[in-house]
Design a protein around this ligand. Structure first.
Ligand SMILES: [Zn+2]
Length: 380
């Protein structure tokens, strides 16, 4: 086992990062790009672990066994910071704090590493605060920025970073990962990977949670019953409800795993009361989790709309007569019937409406229900 094992379907990226972690081509600023679910932040995390791994033999760095690897993967290493915003954008205050952290030498590790998971969620003036720190780096600090595409980051920043481009892994690779690592039944894994459109995290949840599968199916079936304004308003309400339920269920699972990992790292006793110092750390984690919960509803809404989009994508594929495999194979006959009732131009306009709603929800502070109601009305 090594930290690279989780980066399924990314052999080129693994080779690039491995080489750098062995000292060949290491630089102080990196930009990880790739579509949601391609694993940009996991790649950055694995790279951070390999760079600070305790193994003396460079070829074994990223061993996934030593204290450095384990604490970095568990996000509890004091020299490796992970920045993800709970708000729509990263604030200027957050950016200033990062710059000041970056100025410190690492306490115990080889490198101080700062992973910014949402580098695309920064206003231009916030980015400028980071720019100077990235232009004139402290000798033992490495920046790792993550964003969907290079175009999401200001060119001044981009030009100073080495690019790491992840691709969405093929569904077969995602299915193989679920079978190998999570012991999922191959047929279930294949269906989940396809429905999740290769998003590893979502595929895992669909594979393991029948309720999540149920919620997704309910979402993709919405267009079938969409006749009239009343149905559209109800659909909007229901979509927001589904997204919220989805966010809560994935948070609960992740929160519990993080808590268990933190307690294990701290060496907490299996039962009885925690010593005060540990209680403080646990409280900090719980506060972070609460803030994150709010942001995750927005993310979940975006994914719900991606599911909805997959319905129209399939309709369009049928209308164009393409021989590409459908995402929602189980709805084939309904999709074929739906495709017959309207021209491809209408389908494209509907897909535009969904994408417009996604953009309004993730980049502005418009109330999600309003954005979705206006979207639903244009889907009729
Ligand atoms: Zn290690």
């Amino acid at each position: 086992m090594s930290v690279w094992d989780d980066l399924q379907g990314q052999p080129a990226v693994v080779a690039q990062l491995r080489q750098a972690s062995e000292g060949d081509g290491l630089t102080h600023a990196w930009l990880f790009t790739g579509p949601p679910g391609s694993g940009r932040s996991n790649a950055a995390k694995a790279f951070a672990a390999a760079l600070n791994c305790d193994q003396d033999d460079v070829s074994r760095r990223g061993c996934d066994e030593c204290a450095a690897c384990l604490t970095i993967l568990g996000e509890t290493h004091s020299d490796v910071a992970f920045v993800r915003t709970e708000k729509v954008t990263i604030t200027i205050a957050q950016a200033r704090e990062l710059v000041s952290t970056a100025g410190n030498r690492p306490a115990s590790a080889r490198w101080r590493i700062i992973v910014v998971e949402d580098a695309d969620r920064m206003a231009e003036r916030t980015t400028n605060v980071l720019l100077k720190a990235i232009e004139e780096p402290t000798p033992r600090t490495i920046w790792m920025l993550c964003a969907p595409s290079p175009a999401d980051v200001l060119v001044t920043i981009r030009s100073r970073c080495r690019a790491v481009a992840l691709r969405l892994p093929p569904a077969a690779d995602v299915a193989a990962l679920l079978v190998k690592r999570d012991g999922v039944d191959p047929a279930v894994a294949e269906r989940a990977a396809r429905a999740a459109q290769s998003h590893v995290g979502i595929a895992r949840r669909l594979a393991r949670d029948p309720e999540a599968r149920e919620r997704r199916l309910e979402t993709v079936r919405f267009p079938l019953g969409l006749r009239g304004v009343t149905a559209a308003v109800l659909m909007a309400e229901k979509l927001v409800k589904i997204a919220t339920a989805e966010a809560n269920s994935s948070n609960d699972e992740r929160d519990a795993a993080e808590k268990a990992a933190l307690l294990a790292t701290l060496g907490a006793p299996e039962s009885g009361t925690l010593p005060p110092a540990m209680r403080g750390q646990l409280k900090q984690l719980e506060d972070d989790q609460k803030r994150r919960a709010k942001r995750s509803v927005t993310d979940s809404l975006d994914r719900t709309l991606t599911d909805l989009l997959s319905f129209y994508r399939d309709v369009l594929i049928i209308q164009m007569g393409n021989a590409v495999e459908l995402v929602n194979v189980e709805l084939r006959s309904e999709l074929v019937e739906f495709a017959r009732q309207s021209p491809a131009e209408t389908t494209l306009a509907r897909m535009d409406a969904i994408n417009k709603a996604r953009q309004r929800i993730t980049t502005s502070n418009v109330a999600p229900l309003l954005a979705i109601e206006s979207m639903a009305a244009s889907l009729i």
